[in-house]
Design a protein around this ligand. Structure first.
Ligand SMILES: NC(=O)C1=CN([C@@H]2O[C@H](COP(=O)(O)OP(=O)(O)OC[C@H]3O[C@@H](n4cnc5c(N)ncnc54)[C@H](O)[C@@H]3O)[C@@H](O)[C@H]2O)C=CC1
Ligand SMILES: O=C([O-])CC(=O)C(=O)O
Length: 317
């Protein structure tokens, strides 16, 4: 599989490249970045890390598999046309107040300019599935769709770290393993997340929380990326959970795994009664991106929260 990471010289982009090299060793990754030296520095380092696999150190099974590579390239439509998917992590540096809760929105104006620049060279290329990571992800996904003119089915805004965070918190509260927890999240990647507790399960069984327990869980999910930022220093965002989630979406595109649903942000044109907005909703994926959007029936509280997310995101898109 050939994956282009636009913003690949940065924290998340380079970690996506590394994670792909471990999770799907045959992947060829191309890093595109305005800071070409940073991208080259990461490409060399990750290529060296892959040599551990060729020697079979610790993972002899890799030795017989084809190995991909990691390279840099200048932005060009041909790089994109030759790829199976794009990951967009390009971003302005985090603004001063961007490490406080709600900080994703502080990137909005500068990242809209950045994706407009990217769209200007992308739209000469053949439409390719795009996983958008740059924040605020729902608005940036929508803008990139509008500016490229590619089919909306190609656009997948990445919001799955919140699903991982809620699984971790529910596991803690119920004394279960996070692997046994399922609680999908719709809505905005931000303050207006909409956890679908009515579909939550632990070890395959429905789970009930009181209103105050639900509120505590949601507050944890809203707070924790900013706690992580502050602990590590404001320029180091949640690279590990994000990169692993993005690599898993890339893998899912490759698997053509039609039946399993995943919640990602994609442009809506009437689904859930919304249009002119991108929000996370359940989608089936195929190699071209969104195969179809699934409309779940929601309980009243979830429906109201989703409508709030729509109003907030749409007015600033
Ligand atoms: N959706 C999610 O779950 C997450 C989103 N993010 C967001 O992802 C973005 C990237 O985060 P980091 O990697 O930590 O930032 P970073 O600052 O380390 O990396 C951004 C990279 O984009 C490059 N860049 C800027 N303009 C460009 C352009 N026009 N073309 C190509 N490259 C360009 C920069 O040179 C830099 O290397 C941020 O907006 C962040 O908020 C981060 C973590 C999770
Ligand atoms: O605010 C950020 O850059 C990080 C982010 O979106 C996340 O980790 O979910």
């Amino acid at each position: 599989m050939d994956v282009v990471v636009i913003g690949g010289g940065g924290t998340v982009g380079s970690t996506v490249a590394y994670t792909l090299s471990v999770q799907i060793p045959a992947t060829n990754v191309t890093l595109v970045d305005t800071d070409i030296d940073a991208a080259e520095g990461h490409a060399i380092d990750i290529r060296h890390s892959m040599c551990h696999a060729t020697y079979g150190l610790g993972r002899p099974d890799f030795a017989s598999e084809p190995l991909g590579s990691v390279h840099v390239a200048e932005p060009s439509p041909s790089v994109v046309s030759e790829s199976d998917c794009l990951v967009v992590t390009a971003s302005a540096p985090r603004p001063k107040d961007g490490d406080a809760r709600g900080g994703r929105l502080t990137f909005l104006e500068r990242n809209l300019e950045i994706v407009d620049n990217i769209a200007a060279w992308l739209n000469e290329a053949d439409p390719t599935p795009v996983i958008v990571v740059s924040n605020p992800v729902d608005r940036i996904t929508h803008r990139l769709w509008r500016q490229t003119g590619w089919p909306r089915q190609r656009f997948l805004g990445y919001s799955l770290s919140e699903t991982a965070r809620i699984a971790d918190e529910i596991a803690r509260q119920t004394d279960a393993s996070p692997r046994e927890v399922y609680c999908p999240i719709l809505g905005e990647h931000g303050e207006h997340i909409v956890p679908i507790f009515s579909r939550a399960t632990v070890s395959g069984e429905p789970v009930n929380f009181s209103e105050s327990e639900r509120d505590d869980i949601v507050e944890y999910v809203r707070d924790v990326p900013y706690d992580v930022l502050k602990l590590r220093g404001a320029q180091d965002s949640s690279r590990w959970v994000t990169a692993r989630g993005v690599a898993s979406v890339v893998q899912r595109l490759d698997d053509d795994c039609a039946d399993a649903l995943v919640c990602l942000s994609t442009p809506l044109e009437g689904e859930y009664g919304f249009k002119d907005v991108s929000l996370s909703v359940p989608v089936r994926l195929d190699k071209d991106g969104v195969a179809n959007i699934v409309e779940w029936s929601l309980v009243e509280e979830e429906r109201t929260a989703l409508e709030d997310a729509y109003r907030v995101v749409r007015t600033s898109t």
